[in-house]
Structure formats: C-alpha cells, structure tokens
Write a protein that binds this ligand. Structure first.
Ligand code: ADP
Length: 241
C-alpha cells in the first residue's frame, strides 16, 4: 500500500480539444514539501496540465486526486478550497486596486470565516517581501513586483499545493535568483508542494527536486534534474524545436 496523504496525484489524465490530443494519459505526483518542475517545448501541454488539475479546463479522462480523494469534475472553486493554489502565465491582478486590496479581495472571496482578512493579506505580502508595496496601485508596479504579488495572492489562500505558471517570466537574472530563494523558503516554512511550469531551464534544474517532461501531450521523462537533463528523449524534444 502507498500512502496518499500529503500527495497531489495526476493519474492517466488526457485532454482533447476538438481533434487535438493536448494531454495523453499523463501521470505524476507531487508530495507536500516537494518542488516539481513541469517542462517541455511550447505547446507540449504544460498549461493544460495545470488547468486540468485546477479544474479551469477539466480533463477528458483520468483522475486528479488531492490527498487520496478524486477532484476531477469539481468546479475550479471547489478544487481551490481543497488546497490547490495557482498563479497564471499572464498576470491577472486588478490593476486599479492597490496591492493590498488585490490580496484582500482574494482572501474575502475564499471566505475563510473568522480570519482577519487584512492581517492574512499583509502576512502573504511579507512572505514574498512585497509588503512595502501594499498601498501602491497594482498596475503601477514593475513586472517582477506584479509577479510576486500574484504569488502572494495565491499563497494568501493557504494552499497545500501551489502551481506557478512561469513565475520568472519577464524577470531579470537577479529577480529570478531572489524569487528562487523565496520559493524555497516558502516550501520549507509551510511544507507546500510546488508545481512549477518554467521556461527558464537553469532555474528548474537548480530549484526542483524532480522534473516531469512533456512533449506533444505525452510525458516523455521524469526524474531528478540530472537524470532528466541527460535523457536522450528530452534532448531530442528540445533540439527538435
Ligand atoms: P504549453 O503550456 O506546454 O505551451 P498548452 O498546454 O498551452 O502548452 O497547449 C497544449 C496544446 O493544446 C497546444 O497545441 C494548444 O494549442 C492546445 N490548446 C490549449 N488550450 C486549448 C483550447 N482552449 N482550445 C484548443 N486547443 C487548446
């Protein structure tokens, strides 16, 4: 028997769009406290995988299990309440609200009764070292700052598993390094499971405990960063671009 506690499991998940098989029986798992990278060339199905897990675009078949219980087919909202958080490839902050208001709106919508919304929001901003930006208009922030605020917003909902879609996109090298450090800290502090879609391969290889590689909707490799880096199928998928 395998323990399913503290695990997000993707089991044989497929997703078809009209004639296109965007995901073909993808299976992997993410444990609490683990950082897993999801990589692959453009169009390989990375964002579709996050959508299938979060319920934004439910899978055509297969199962998504949170700590042993199946959630595929539930609404995105319900799945979020079961402990899945995410940030998006395109920043989705309310540009005309302040940073703090952005987080407060999210916390209020998640309706955790009895929580001090403002305190929770400020604490999440502090985790991402952006509490000094609380009163600024979100749309006026630098790109890297907006990315951090987005991650803070997801974290404020206290997920057990957090999925980040290209968190370092548009960041310079110093910002990327700093973000990596913060993600590690957050993982260590909360025992979060992090699923990271990222184009920046060096970041993935340095940050992740394990890596899952997709190509044309299929999982072509999984393993530690060094195992995956030396896998001929992975090299071929990337060179074949
Ligand atoms: P990646 O994130 O790896 O770049 P995606 O998951 O975005 O890849 O896309 C995988 C495939 O699914 C692509 O061929 C893409 O065009 C297709 N796809 C994604 N979303 C949709 C959709 N809503 N409708 C039709 N095709 C889609």
């Amino acid at each position: 028997l395998r323990s399913t506690a503290g695990k997000l499991e993707v089991v044989g998940v497929s997703k078809k769009f009209a004639g296109l098989v965007a995901l073909d029986r993808v299976s992997f798992e993410l444990s609490a406290g683990e950082i897993v990278g999801l990589i692959g060339p453009n169009g390989s199905g990375k964002t579709t995988t996050l959508n299938a897990i979060s319920g934004a675009v439910p899978p055509s078949s297969g199962e998504v299990k949170i700590n042993g219980s199946a959630v595929q087919g539930l609404s995105a909202d319900k799945i979020a309440r079961r402990g899945i958080g995410r940030s998006f490839q395109n920043i989705r902050l309310f540009k005309n609200l302040t940073v703090l208001e952005n987080i407060e709106v999210a916390v209020a919508a998640s309706a955790k009764s009895g929580s001090d919304i403002r305190a929770e929001a400020l604490a999440a901003l502090a985790e991402l070292s952006v509490e000094h930006l609380a009163d600024r208009r979100a749309g006026a922030l630098a790109y890297g700052e907006q990315r951090r605020v987005e991650i803070a917003r997801a974290l404020a909902l206290r997920p057990q598993y957090l999925m980040l879609d290209e968190p370092a996109a548009g960041m310079n090298s110093a910002e990327t390094q700093a973000l990596m450090g913060l993600l590690r800290q957050i993982r260590d502090k909360y025992g979060l499971g992090l699923l990271l879609v990222e184009h920046h391969l060096e970041l993935v290889m340095r940050l992740c405990d394990r890596v899952v590689v997709l190509n044309k909707g299929q999982m072509i490799a999984t393993g530690t960063p060094s195992e995956v880096q030396n896998d001929p199928k992975v090299i071929e998928a990337y060179i074949g671009l």
